[in-house]
Design a protein around this ligand. Structure first.
Ligand code: TXA
Ligand code: MG
Length: 337
């Protein structure tokens, strides 16, 4: 666990324009001073991420929202009161001094106040708690997000100690998938829009603001976490319903293929596998570590048992859909070969 000295050193690195990887309750972030465009550019460099993608600004509890945002609707204040610190990112009209490097050149900014104690301590130490830390997930662009400090080191290797000045360890992230993103920047015309489902559900948001968020349309702000293919391991990933699992596995294993499995609840055949809890929060907590572990088994294919499809599993299914996106038809092609 990062101690006070490590956190103070990390805050100093941020103040000097350097990069710090830090834990949040969702996933680990790769942070830089949000008001220093050159520092934010180093995040893009480290991640290999296109520089027109906006990054979330992380603020300390009690930070002044109107410093970062030009227009704060009542709904934003209500949601901040209900869910911050916590895994909810709000998209709002940006204040004019927010660098283009943070907003991706759009007229909005994503802002969130994380609850992880190490993140809170870092944000409180940086610029006396009045700064903002721009931070995407601490992974190479398109890869699975890290939920431990070791995942971050695995992602960035040599860059740790070089381009990345410090990696703060805060244990395994309790939520395990990225924050819920709610767009409140076009309320008058489009209402609240759920850009990315997460631990805080549409129903919980509706209970606070009195209306259920809509789903994104073509005009919704761009979000790389909403690209069709994202959060994907290097090994192809596919999903199968439980009934298809055993017969398909048998056929693939007969072909000499090496198959890794991620299941929930049901016992499965031999081979590399990870069994996740049958509740959506426990599943989300273990999902990325399971994908990383199965990615390292040398398997030809990772098969994920399709989780339940009801609302409580929306965040998990969203991430899995993106992880499998590039691998459609993979089973058929293996069986034909
Ligand atoms: O849980 C999380 O949100 C984590 C932790 C580190 O806080 N961060 C995270 O960042 O997932 P990232 O960059 O991997 O995903 C943030 C998403 C991206 O899809 C980005 O495009 C979107 O938020 N985003 C950020 N600012 C935005 C804006 N102004 N308008 C629309 N989307 C925005
Ligand atoms: Mg990400």
């Amino acid at each position: 666990m990062a101690d006070q000295a490590a956190i103070a050193a990390a805050a100093a690195i941020l103040a000097q324009g350097g990069l710090v990887a830090f834990p949040t309750e969702t996933v680990y972030g790769l942070g830089a001073d949000a008001e220093d465009p050159a520092a934010v550019a180093r995040i893009y460099q480290a991640k290999g991420r296109p520089n027109d993608h906006p990054v979330i600004v992380h603020v300390a509890p009690g930070a002044k929202l109107d410093y970062w945002v030009s227009d704060i609707p009542a709904e934003a204040r209500q949601l901040v009161a209900a869910f911050w610190p916590g895994p909810l990112t709000l998209i709002l009209k940006r204040a004019s001094h927010i660098p283009d490097a943070v907003s991706g050149g759009q007229d909005t900014v994503g802002i969130r106040c994380p609850s992880h104690p190490v993140a809170v301590a870092l944000l409180s130490a940086f610029k006396g708690g009045q700064g903002g830390v721009a931070a995407p997930s601490a992974n190479k662009f398109g890869n699975v997000s890290p939920t431990t400090a070791q995942h971050v080191r695995d992602e960035f290797g040599d860059a740790v100690g070089g381009l990345i000045g410090a990696v703060l360890d805060g244990g395994a992230s309790a939520v395990g998938i990225e924050s819920t993103i709610l767009d409140l920047s076009r309320l008058a015309t489009h209402g609240p829009v759920l850009l990315r489902p997460g631990h805080i559900s549409a129903e919980q948001i509706a209970a606070v603001i009195g209306r259920l968020p809509g789903l994104p349309d073509q005009a919704a702000p761009r979000a790389s976490g909403t690209l069709e293919s994202h959060y994907a391991p290097r090994t192809p990933v596919t999903m199968l319903d439980h009934a298809e699992l055993a017969p398909t596995l048998t056929r693939l294993l007969d072909k000499g293929l090496r198959i890794a499995q991620i299941t929930y609840a049901q016992p499965v055949a031999d081979g590399p596998q990870q069994r996740l809890p049958a509740d959506p929060f426990g599943y989300a907590y273990g999902l990325y570590a399971a994908l990383r572990a199965m990615d390292q088994t040398g398997a030809d294919l990772i098969i994920v048992e399709t989780p339940p499809q009801d609302a409580a599993w929306l965040g998990v299914n969203d991430r899995l859909r993106r992880a499998v996106f590039g691998s459609s038809g993979i089973i058929e092609s293996y069986l034909r070969a």
